[in-house]
Design a protein around this ligand. Sequence first.
Ligand SMILES: [Zn+2]
Length: 75
Amino acid sequence: MNEQKAPISECPHCGSEAGYYEKVQISGRSRWYHNFDGKEADNTYFYDDTKAKYSKYTYCTACEKRLFKVEEIGE
Ligand SMILES: [Zn+2]
């Protein structure tokens, strides 16, 4: 079984099968490092000082209407 499976397979409002999203409120500061020679720098810790607050509900990707609770995912 897919643990990330949604309780519905399409949006009950618009019928879209495009998927859904969670609203995420991200706060904090970060640093994005660069090397002078243009090579990719290590940004592994980019999110370390940020806080991500996820919404209780999910929303339709197509019509943006509220769908189901995040806790219903995978049940
Ligand atoms: Zn929809």
